[in-house]
Design a protein around this ligand. Structure first.
Ligand code: NAP
Ligand code: GDD
Length: 352
C-alpha cells in the first residue's frame, strides 16, 4: 500500500527536503500551500508537476494554518497516514513585530491542525501520525547543552508560540491517544534557506561581494552561538520519529556550537575575502531579548532513532557558498549582458 503524507509548509526549506525524502521512499505527498500573488513554489518546482502531466506523486492544496476549516477539508481529501506540521511564521526577529500573527499560525495553527486530526480520526477511524516542528528556540535562556530534559525558557513570541504548540501536542497525545511526535530541532540550514536568516544572508552577501555586486553586509549580534546542521539531514529525523512504535519527543542537533562571527569568518574566507573589510553593525538586527547559546544534546535520537548528522559545519557553509556563488555569477553575467532583472532567487540585496 502506498503511504500518503500531508505536509504543511511544503513550500519552505524543510518542506522541500522532506518532500524529496518521502517521494524517494515511495510516498504519495500532499502539501498545504498558501495563496500568494506570485508563484511561491520555487523550492519544490523540481518535484511538483502540472497535475495533467505524469510526474512524481506530489499534489498541492490551498489552505492556511489560520483557517481550520481548510485543514479539515484537506484531511478528508487526502486521508493521510502521516502529517508533518512544518508551516509557520518562522522568523524570530519578525515575531517581535507581528506577535499575534505568529501566535495564530504557530501556536493556534498547531492546535487547529490537532483538532482537525482528532475530528478526522473520530469520524473516519484509522491511525494518523503527526510530526510537530518544534524548535530549540523554546530553550531560549536555558543553559547549554540542551536536551529533552532541559526546562524551557523561550525568549521571543516565536519561541513562546512553539512552546504552546509543543504542549498542545503532548496534551493531545495524553488526552486522546493521538500519535504526536514533537521534534525539537536546532538550527538547520541549506542552499534553500530563506535569505533573511543569518546563514544565508551571510553566504549570499559573501558571494555577491566577491562578484562585485555589493560592498557591505549589515549584521546585528555576532556573539550569539548556534548549533547549525544541514536541513537535508534533519528531515530524515522527522520521518524516523513517525516510524517508531511509540510517539515521543526528540532533540535533533549536531552537538557543536559556533558563533555568528565564526560563520562570517568562514564564509568570507571561502571566497578569499577578509570579513572585517565588509561587515558593518546595524542595531536594527538586534532582538529585544536574544538567545545567546544553543548547543543540543541529541543522545536520545542517536540511541532510539539511530539518527546522527552526516554534514558538518564547514561542509554546510561550503555547500551554501558554492550555491550562492553560482547565483551571483549568473546575476553578474546577466547584468553584463544588459539585462536589468537578476534571475529569480538572486534578487538584488534587500537586507531585511
Ligand atoms: P520556512 O522556510 O520559513 O518555511 C515555512 C513554511 O510555512 C513555508 O512553506 C510557508 O509558506 C509556510 N507558512 C507560513 N505561514 C503559514 C500559514 N499561515 N499557513 C500555512 N503555511 C504557512 O521554515 P523552515 O526552515 O522550512 O522550517 C520548517 C518548520 O520548522 C517551521 O515550523 C520552523 O518554525 C521550524 N523550525 C525550523 C528550524 C530551522 O532552523 N530551519 C529549526 C527549528 C524549527 P510560504 O512559502 O507561502 O511563506
Ligand atoms: N536573521 C539575522 N539577521 N540574524 C542575525 C543577524 C542578521 O542580520 N545578525 C546577527 N544575527 C544573529 C541573531 O541575533 C541570532 O542570534 C543568530 O544570528 C541566528 O539568527 P537566525 O538565523 O535568524 O536564526 P534563529 O536562531 O533566530 O532562528 C532560527 O532557528 C530556530 C531554531 O533555534 C529559525 O530557523 C527558527 O525558525 C528556528 O526555530
Amino acid at each position: 500500500m502506498t503511504k500518503r503524507a500531508l505536509i504543511t509548509g511544503i513550500t519552505g526549506q524543510d518542506g522541500s527536503y522532506l518532500t524529496e525524502l518521502l517521494v524517494g521512499k515511495g510516498y504519495e505527498v500532499h502539501g498545504v500551500m498558501r495563496r500568494a500573488s506570485v508563484f511561491n513554489t520555487d523550492r519544490i518546482d523540481h518535484l511538483y508537476h502540472d497535475p495533467h502531466l505524469p510526474g512524481p506523486p506530489v499534489r498541492l492544496h490551498y489552505g492556511d494554518l489560520t483557517d481550520g476549516t481548510s485543514l479539515r477539508h484537506i484531511l478528508d481529501a487526502v486521508r493521510p497516514d502521516e502529517i508533518y506540521n512544518l508551516g509557520a511564521q518562522s522568523h524570530v526577529l519578525v515575531s517581535f513585530q507581528i506577535p499575534e500573527y505568529t501566535a495564530d499560525t504557530v501556536a493556534v495553527g498547531a492546535l487547529r491542525l490537532l483538532e482537525a486530526v482528532r475530528d478526522f480520526v473520530g469520524s473516519r477511524g484509522g491511525a494518523v501520525r503527526l510530526y510537530q516542528a518544534g524548535s530549540s528556540e523554546m530553550f531560549g535562556a536555558a543553559p547549554a547543552p540542551q536536551s529533552e530534559a532541559t526546562p524551557f525558557h523561550p525568549r521571543s513570541p516565536y519561541g513562546v508560540s512553539k512552546l504552546a504548540a509543543h504542549w498542545y501536542g503532548v496534551n493531545y497525545r495524553e488526552a486522546y491517544g493521538l500519535f504526536v511526535c514533537n521534534g525539537i530541532l536546532f538550527n538547520h540550514e541549506s542552499p534553500r534557506r530563506g535569505e533573511t536568516f543569518v546563514s544565508r544572508k551571510v553566504t549570499r552577501a559573501a558571494a555577491r561581494i566577491k562578484e562585485g555586486l555589493q560592498d557591505k553586509l549589515y549584521l546585528g549580534n555576532l556573539e550569539a552561538k548556534r548549533d547549525w546542521g544541514f536541513a537535508g539531514d534533519y528531515v530524515e529525523a522527522m520521518w524516523l520519529m513517525l516510524q517508531q512504535d511509540v510517539a515521543e519527543d526528540f532533540v535533533i542537533a549536531t552537538g557543536e556550537a559556533r558563533s555568528v562571527k565564526e560563520l562570517v569568518e568562514l564564509a568570507f574566507a571561502e571566497v578569499g575575502l577578509e570579513w572585517s573589510n565588509h561587515v558593518e553593525f546595524d542595531p536594527r538586527y538586534l532582538r529585544p531579548t536574544e538567545v545567546d547559546f544553543l548547543q543540543g544534546d541529541a543522545g536520545k535520537a542517536r540511541q532510539r532513532l539511530g539518527w546522527r548528522p552526516k554534514t558538518g559545519f564547514v561542509e554546510l557553509v561550503r555547500m551554501m557558498i558554492a550555491h550562492d556563488l553560482d547565483l551571483a555569477r549568473q546575476e553578474r553575467m546577466l547584468k553584463g549582458a544588459g539585462y536589468a532583472a537578476p534571475p529569480r532567487g538572486a534578487a538584488t540585496l534587500k537586507q531585511h
